[in-house]
Write a protein of this length. Structure first.
Length: 118
């Protein structure tokens, strides 16, 4: 399994974990809000709020790791392109637009856009 594949799988798992955490935090927020409306609710809601904050800290750790993984994937892909940077890519596209027939240029641009989304 390649390094990029491992990083992509880690990225997917981090995104899923962040979504799970967000769902739990929303649930705890709603539950705390309902409990606070009851008699003596502020005291009963305090543990729920503390638990929600621990999820917030975990979410931030996951988010930070996701930033690192995304950066590593970007660097691997850039290295795979021979270090092609954005300015070279922009210059290449400008030259291609000038040299190619408009329909061919639009076709290539559309295919490139599909690849970047996948």
């Amino acid at each position: 399994m390649s390094t990029e594949t491992k990083l992509s799988e880690e990225r997917k798992s981090l995104v899923c974990r962040i979504e799970e955490i967000d769902q739990k935090r929303q649930y705890l927020k709603r539950k705390a809000w309902r409990v606070e409306r009851e008699r003596d609710g502020k005291r009963k809601a305090a543990p729920l709020k503390r638990e929600r904050e621990t999820f917030f800290a975990e979410r931030n750790r996951c988010r930070q790791r996701l930033v690192e993984v995304n950066h590593a994937i970007k660097e691997l892909r850039r290295a795979g392109l021979g270090g092609m940077d954005d300015s070279l890519a922009s210059s290449f596209m400008a030259v291609a637009k000038d040299k190619l027939d408009e329909s061919i240029y639009e076709d290539i641009l559309g295919q490139a856009a599909l690849r970047t989304k996948g």
